[in-house]
Design a protein around this ligand. Structure first.
Ligand code: COI
Length: 355
């Protein structure tokens, strides 16, 4: 399914920020994509328009009952200067498969990928050139019907904004992060929204993240909501551990987001012949592996973060120092994945689409 995308160009293009200081999600391009949905009519009026505030009725359902979800993908400028989209279809499929959990209409993945491609074509000059930068693509789906009864809305807005970004945690090189293992609060419970990229999951993570930040940690590792014994995810990243000669990540379920970068790392690791396991992982197992010297490396993966080494995992009563900062396996996946993204290594898995 393809929707025709109308394009209205800005008359007031913005100055581009310096590529040496992009940060993450601070700058936005000149245009955005909007698509409406009405029950009975379906998706309509796909349009690229000048970037600017949205006009929403104060009764819009999203502002009251939180029917909202988003995606995060990237367009990357290769060493040859060409712009490529990285696994855009898969991000669009994830949005489509998550929307029904929030009773929102799933955008057709092909329609969404096509419309996003049209937007990125308009903003091609905004894709930065410096190493380790990208144009971050943020599709967002919100309920717009003005109605205060509690039921799924019958009107939605799908919009896509673009942000030229540097590295998520700042700095040029891989910076190891310190992680607080949260045993009081819960990000997601069984049967809840954890596997969906719902704004609500991020709202529920903020208080513990703030508490951890005050104590000097970069991120929170979430455990299962029932007993706080099993590892889940970091919220902005999935987690990988090197236990002896095995690369392990928590098995997916309805509390863990099925990360696209997670899938890339599993694919690359299997292609290298590394022993890879997706399985339940308990905190007790990690503590024992740390104490026996079997815990060699920990790193997170995510579209924004790419691959992010973890130097410390800290609980209320244990401080586990992992390796000596940036481990070789995490570094090698970062190098391989970013080389594929910028066209410097052959795209054997068909992850890139030319603009
Ligand atoms: C991403 O990696 O794209 C994310 O959505 C994580 C975060 C920045 C919310």
């Amino acid at each position: 399914m393809k929707l025709e995308v109308r394009i209205e160009r800005t008359r007031a293009p913005k100055a581009h920020p310096p590529e040496s200081d992009l940060g993450f999600g601070r700058h936005f391009t000149d245009h955005m994509l909007l698509v409406d949905f009405h029950d009975g009519r379906g998706w309509s009026d796909a349009r690229v328009v000048p970037y600017g505030p949205l006009s929403l009725d104060p009764a819009a359902a999203v502002l009251h009952y939180g029917q909202a979800m988003f995606e995060g993908a990237k367009a990357i400028r290769g060493d040859d200067g060409a712009v490529r989209l990285f696994r855009l279809e898969r991000h669009c499929q994830r949005m489509a498969s998550g929307a029904p959990r929030l009773c929102m209409p799933p955008p057709d993945p092909e329609m969404l990928a096509h419309a996003i491609t049209e937007l990125v074509k308009v903003e091609e000059a905004w894709v930065p050139r410096a190493r380790n930068t990208a144009l971050y693509i943020r599709p967002t789906l919100v309920a717009t019907e003005p109605f205060l009864g509690v039921r799924p809305a019958n009107q939605y807005l799908l919009y896509v904004i673009l942000s030229p970004v540097g590295s998520y945690y700042g700095g040029d090189t891989l910076k190891p992060v310190r992680i607080w293992v949260e045993t009081q609060q819960t990000r997601a419970a069984k049967g809840g929204l954890g596997a969906v990229k719902a704004g609500a999951n991020y709202a529920s993570s903020l208080q513990a993240a703030m508490r951890a930040k005050k104590e000097g940690y970069d991120q929170v590792l979430w455990l299962d909501g029932a007993k706080h014994e099993m590892l889940e995810e970091v919220g902005t990243m999935n987690l990988f551990l090197v236990l002896g000669d095995e690369l392990v990540t928590p098995a997916l379920g309805d509390t863990i987001l099925s990360g696209v970068t997670r899938d890339c790392i599993l694919t690359l690791a299997r292609a290298r012949g590394i022993k890879v396991t997706e399985r339940p992982l308990s905190l007790a197992e990690i503590v024992a592996a740390h104490d026996s010297g079997k815990l060699k490396e920990v790193f997170g993966s995510g579209t924004a973060a790419v691959v992010s080494p973890v130097s410390e995992l800290v609980t209320a009563d244990r401080r586990m120092i992992v390796g000596d900062g940036v481990g070789p396996i995490g570094q090698s996946f970062y190098d391989e994945l970013t080389a594929i993204q910028r066209g410097a290594k052959r795209d054997e898995h068909g992850w890139l689409t030319a603009l």
